[in-house]
Design a protein around this ligand. Structure first.
Ligand code: NAD
Length: 318
């Protein structure tokens, strides 16, 4: 039977991906420095391993046919804008070693999870930006050390596919959200943070939003995202591909939607804080053409599931 490894299996998307692969009947090895926080991993084996160590990466991947490479030092805009040196160093080590492990593995096939942070800052300076196509990553001006590292790793993998015996797949995500995402502690992303603030708010109270809240993003529900990843791995497409939701929405509108879902009728208080680029939207035409796949879960339905999950986590520990 085909053996699949998921690195970052203790993290948000990796944990959901392991679950989806198991439902499809695959044998899966989860790899991470930590276990999933909120429920047990469904992986056949779960190995604690730090991929910043090359020997570990080679040993742990040697009998594997396909590697989904999700391990990363990552967080929301607060984390990514604060720890540039640590992020670029840790992620370069993880990704270089993972590739060495893949080249020495049985199947020599890897899917790398890149990010919309590779897209140039100069194309994202207004709230009404045009959707970003894959080829628009160049001329390069990625967002922060995190974006630079993802772009360099994309190139490393593309060159490896040209010059070595290996197959690569590259997804570019943008704001994946859903139950079991981090919602506190400094590494939470926007949806996790907004759900926490909303769950803690009083009825008719207020929540804080970083900046004026007019910045726009595309969002993708996690179960849609992992379906897209599995389809991409099984496709013949070896160039970077956007795996993202369609359309865009402002952070204020997301907060207002959550206010409606929670029935708390909160008002928004805008405060100083990191905001990332002004506007970002994904062009998904290539994804539709290559994968014949489109996300199924509408934003309001996905936000409802996510909010109710965060709210239950907070209520259960009171
Ligand atoms: P996450 O932080 O929940 O998961 C990442 C996992 O990697 C964590 O469990 C962490 O412990 C693990 N890890 C970190 N350092 C490691 C090391 N040295 N060795 C082994 N494991 C290590 O993040 P996520 O949201 O699940 O993201 C998964 C991947 O998708 C990442 O590569 C991320 O950059 C990419 N991505 C995510 C989003 C998003 O919206 N969530 C957007 C763009 C790209």
């Amino acid at each position: 039977m085909k053996k699949i490894a998921v690195t970052g299996a203790g993290g948000f998307i990796g944990h959901h991906l392991v679950r989806a692969l198991k439902r499809k009947g695959f044998w899966v090895r989860g790899i991470d420095i930590k276990k999933p926080e909120f429920s047990q991993s469904e992986a056949d084996e779960f190995w604690f391993a730090d991929l910043r160590d090359k020997d570990v990466a080679i040993k742990i991947l040697q009998d594997i046919d396909e590697v989904y490479a999700l391990a990363a030092d990552v967080g929301g805009v607060g984390h990514l804008s604060r720890w540039n040196y640590e992020i670029i160093k840790n992620n370069l080590e993880i990704d270089t070693n993972t590739l060495q492990g893949v080249l020495a593995s049985k199947g020599k096939k890897v899917l790398f999870t890149s990010s919309a942070c590779v897209y140039p800052i100069y194309k994202q300076s207004t709230t009404d930006v045009a959707p970003l196509k894959e080829e628009e990553a160049y001329p390069a001006d990625p967002e922060g050390a995190y974006g630079w590292e993802k772009l360099i790793t994309e190139r490393m993998l593309l060159h490896a596919a040209e010059e070595r015996d290996c197959q690569v797949r590259i997804s570019r995500f943008q704001n994946v959200y859903g139950p079991e995402e981090t919602f506190e502690g400094g590494k939470e992303k926007v949806i996790g943070a907004l759900c926490r603030k909303m769950a803690l708010a009083q009825k008719n109270g207020e929540i804080e939003i970083w900046g004026d809240g007019k910045q726009t993003r595309s969002f993708c529900y996690v179960e849609d995202c992992v379906e897209g990843l599995i389809d991409l791995m099984n496709s013949n497409f070896s160039q970077p591909l956007n795996i993202s939701g369609d359309g865009d929405i402002s952070i204020n509108d997301v907060a207002n939607l959550l206010s409606k879902i929670s029935t708390k009728n909160v008002s928004l208080k805008h405060i100083e804080g990191p905001q990332g680029v002004r506007g970002r939207q994904s062009d998904n035409s290539k994804r539709r053409e290559v994968l014949k796949w489109t996300p199924k879960v509408p934003l309001e339905a996905g936000l409802t599931k996510t909010y109710l999950w965060v709210e239950s986590q907070i209520k259960n520990r009171k």
